[in-house]
Design a protein around this ligand. Structure first.
Ligand code: HEM
Length: 347
């Protein structure tokens, strides 16, 4: 009976293949190397001492949704073949947010502000991005970010000093946090990708770039003490009111690296004088509360990119993608802890 032997042989092969798969999975999950940084570890490290806010993003937990359009002026087509750079209007969806794990943090207590953005094009592709307002990231690598989270929660009073000694790159971010003016509006913020990406032209030529959203509104400095006197949610109220009065705009500017610029390290600014291309305008037309809003169940994963854009040698986007997916899985499974209020709406 050759057939059963054949079947048995196949089963052995399948078992070997599955065993190999399981081992590979165990390896990537970090089970064989406890030092390995995993999405689970980094997301756990983001949790405040009181525990994560169930149903919410594990970082940038406080935010408000918006919708609008991206008006491409056509200039970006010299850098990338992505349809989003062809002159025209494309639907945009996003979220203004604060870099905190606490969805109820008073707005004046959070130094870093961010924006999540998704631009969709008729070819079915999307450009997702999550940007923040400092000009540099605090640290050079995802592991250093994890260690920073641990140090900031440590009971050792010298933990942060020790961390800064081992990671001197944090000084540039520290100087920004200490000296840069605060503003009273998301509409006055400049948001930066910080991570670098690679744009590909139709010809195949490549450019390593970073991008920023520059506000049309002139920023007005407000002292943290004055901001603290405003309500705990003044940023959300202000942007909702401002957009009710008329659409708000940011210019999308792409900066192209020179050879030798630090493309793999978002803690290092590129020198002044790099070539920049203004590729279009983000127009925010409507603001909606997060609870029932369209941004709530979106993962602004920075590796979701259209053809014509890809990740670079910067190690952050891959680490961020894995951490955001874990956060997304957790929070969407906890929808009962953050129920929508609209009648009949489904999480
Ligand atoms: C290893 C480094 C990082 C980790 C582990 C991390 C972690 C996270 C997590 C878990 C979320 C919530 C995701 C979700 O549930 O949808 C998040 C959101 C966010 N992150 Fe990061 N992040 C990192 C680096 C960065 C960098 C470099 C930037 C910007 C340059 C950034 C900007 C943002 C923004 C703007 C959001 C909010 C997006 C939204 O509204 O959904 N993050 N981050």
């Amino acid at each position: 009976m050759p057939q059963p032997r054949f079947v048995f042989g196949s089963l052995v092969l399948i078992a070997v293949a599955l065993g190999g798969g399981a081992a590979a999975f165990a390896y990537t999950a970090g089970w064989f190397s406890p030092q390995r940084l995993t999405p689970k570890k980094i997301v756990n490290a983001l949790a405040p001492p009181t525990g994560a806010a169930l149903g919410h993003r594990r970082n940038h937990a406080k935010g408000i949704c918006f919708t609008g359009v991206f008006e491409a002026n056509g200039a970006g087509s010299v850098l990338s073949k992505a349809q989003v750079f062809t002159r025209g209007q494309y639907p945009a969806l996003g979220r203004f947010n604060l870099a905190t794990a606490d969805p109820n943090a008073p707005d004046a207590t959070v130094r870093v502000r961010g924006i999540g953005l998704r631009i969709s094009t008729p070819d079915g592709q999307q450009w997702r991005s999550a940007m923040i307002d400092p000009p540099v990231f605090p640290v050079s690598t995802p592991r250093a970010f994890y260690e920073l989270l641990l140090a900031s929660k440590s009971k050792d009073p010298n933990a942060m000093k020790t961390f800064a000694g081992a990671h001197p790159e944090i000084a540039a971010f520290g100087a920004w946090a200490k000296n840069a003016p605060w503003t009273g509006s998301y509409a006055e913020e400049r948001f930066n990708s910080l991570d670098s990406f690679v744009f590909t032209e139709g010809s195949g030529a490549e450019h390593t770039v970073r991008w920023s959203l520059l506000p049309a509104v002139q920023p007005v400095a407000v002292s943290p003490a004055d901001l603290a006197k405003r309500g705990p949610d003044f940023l959300e109220q202000e942007i909702a009111e401002r957009v009710r009065g008329g659409p708000q705009r940011w210019t999308m500017v792409v900066t192209i690296a020179n050879p030798g610029d630090p493309t793999a390290d978002p803690s290092k600014a590129w020198p002044e004088g790099r070539r920049t291309v203004a590729v279009g305008t983000l127009v925010v037309q409507q603001v909606e509360a997060e609870r029932d809003g369209p941004c709530r169940d979106i993962n602004f994963d920075p590796t979701v990119l259209p053809s014509g854009m890809k990740t670079s040698d910067d190690p952050f986007p891959a680490a961020r993608s894995a951490a955001y997916a874990r956060s997304y899985d957790l929070r969407t499974a906890e929808a009962k802890d953050y129920p929508r209020t609209a009648t009949g709406a489904k999480p």
